[in-house]
Design a protein around this ligand. Structure first.
Ligand SMILES: [Zn+2]
Length: 317
C-alpha cells in the first residue's frame, strides 16, 4: 500500500479525517477563542455561570464549577474566576457584555482547580485577588501539582500558573462595590482547609462556593465535622438563598443544605460505625453511605474518596 493509499484508507476509516489531523483539530478546539459565557441574572446585579456536572475534560475546559459576578454602582466583583484560562476569559467576556465598570475584586473561594485557574484572565484588570488567609499556603503546597494535572487534561501550555491572593481574610471582611457591600467569611476547615464565602448584603444571597453542593456529590477535602459545624452556623445566620459551588445557579438554602447535611451525616455516622467494628478502610470505602448512591451525580467517582478522607481523620478521634 502506498502512503497515499494508506492516507485515503485511514481518511475513510475516520470519516474523512485522518488520524494525524485529529490531534491538531482537537487542539484547535481546545485553544478556540473564548466566547462570552452564558450567564443568568439570579437577582439584580448577580450573574451566575452554571458549571457542567462533569469532571474536567479537554472538551469542557474545566468549566465545571459555578462562577459568579456581582455588579455594584462603581465596580464589579468576581466570585470564582473559573477552572482554566479559557474559562476565565469566557467569564470576563460575559462581564464585558453587561458592564464596563472596573473589575475590582476577584474572590477565590478555595484551592480547588475548577474554581481558581481562570484567575489569570483578570491579571490585566488590576483586580485585587481575595482569598482565605490559609489559601497562599495551600496554593504553595498544591498549586503546581494541580497545574500539571490540569495541563495533562487540557494540553501543554493551556494552564497558567496559579494567582496567589494578596487580600487575605482571617475571619470576616467586607468589599464595597459602591452602594453594595459583600460580607466575606473565612471558615474553619470544612469542604477544604480554607473556604471563603460571600454574602451579598443587598439581596441576602450567599455565594457559598463548595461549602454547598447541589445534585453533584459533595467532595470532602477538609474536615467532615467542621463542615457540618460551618453549615450549622450558616443555617443559624438565617440565609435564605444560595449560589452553590456546583448545581443550579440559585437554590433555596434550607432544602439544599438539608440534602447535603443528610449525606455528610450518613458519611460521618457510617464511617464511625465502620471504625468501631474494625472494618478495614478499603472495605469501608465501598460500603459506607451506599444508601445515598441514587441521590447524587458522580457518586461512584467521589464517595469512596470521601469515606477514606473521613476515616483517616476519625480513626484518631
Ligand atoms: Zn471544591
Amino acid at each position: 500500500m502506498t502512503h497515499d493509499q494508506f492516507l485515503s484508507r485511514r481518511a475513510a476509516l475516520f470519516g474523512g479525517m485522518c488520524l494525524c489531523c485529529m490531534p491538531t483539530l482537537l487542539r484547535a478546539q481546545a485553544t478556540g477563542a473564548p466566547q462570552p459565557a452564558p450567564t443568568v441574572e439570579v437577582s439584580p446585579g448577580i450573574h451566575v455561570r452554571r458549571g457542567v456536572s462533569e469532571d474536567a475534560t479537554a472538551a469542557n475546559r474545566d468549566a465545571i464549577a459555578n462562577l459568579a459576578f456581582i455588579v455594584g454602582r462603581d465596580a464589579v466583583a468576581v466570585i470564582d474566576p473559573g477552572g482554566s484560562l479559557h474559562d476565565g476569559q469566557s467569564l470576563r467576556l460575559a462581564i464585558r457584555a453587561i458592564t464596563q465598570l472596573p473589575i475590582r475584586y476577584v474572590v477565590l473561594s478555595h484551592v480547588h482547580p475548577d474554581h481558581i485557574f481562570g484567575a489569570a484572565a483578570f491579571n490585566d484588570d488590576g483586580a485585587v485577588f481575595v482569598g482565605h488567609a490559609s489559601l497562599p499556603e495551600q496554593l504553595a503546597a498544591r498549586g503546581e501539582f494541580y497545574r500539571r494535572g490540569l495541563e495533562k487534561i487540557l494540553g501543554d501550555g493551556q494552564v497558567e500558573s496559579v494567582v496567589v491572593p494578596t487580600h487575605l481574610v482571617r475571619d470576616r471582611d467586607e468589599l464595597d462595590l459602591g452602594g453594595r457591600v459583600l460580607a466575606l467569611t473565612a471558615h474553619k476547615p470544612a469542604h477544604t482547609m480554607g473556604d471563603l464565602s460571600v454574602l451579598d448584603r443587598q439581596s441576602g444571597i450567599l455565594l457559598a462556593g463548595d461549602l454547598l453542593f447541589v445534585e453533584r456529590i459533595p467532595v470532602l477535602d477538609g474536615n467532615l465535622k467542621g463542615w457540618l459545624a460551618e453549615l450549622a452556623a450558616l443555617r443559624a445566620s438565617g440565609v435564605q438563598q444560595a449560589v452553590p459551588g456546583h448545581g443550579p445557579a440559585l437554590v433555596p438554602w434550607a432544602t439544599a443544605e438539608a440534602a447535603q447535611r443528610r449525606y455528610l451525616t450518613v458519611l460521618l455516622d457510617e464511617t464511625r460505625a465502620a471504625i468501631a467494628k474494625n472494618v478495614p478502610i478499603e472495605d469501608a470505602s465501598t460500603s459506607v453511605a451506599q444508601g445515598e448512591r441514587g441521590n447524587w451525580q458522580l457518586f461512584d467517582a467521589y464517595n469512596g474518596r470521601n469515606v477514606i478522607e473521613a476515616y483517616r481523620r476519625l480513626e484518631w478521634e
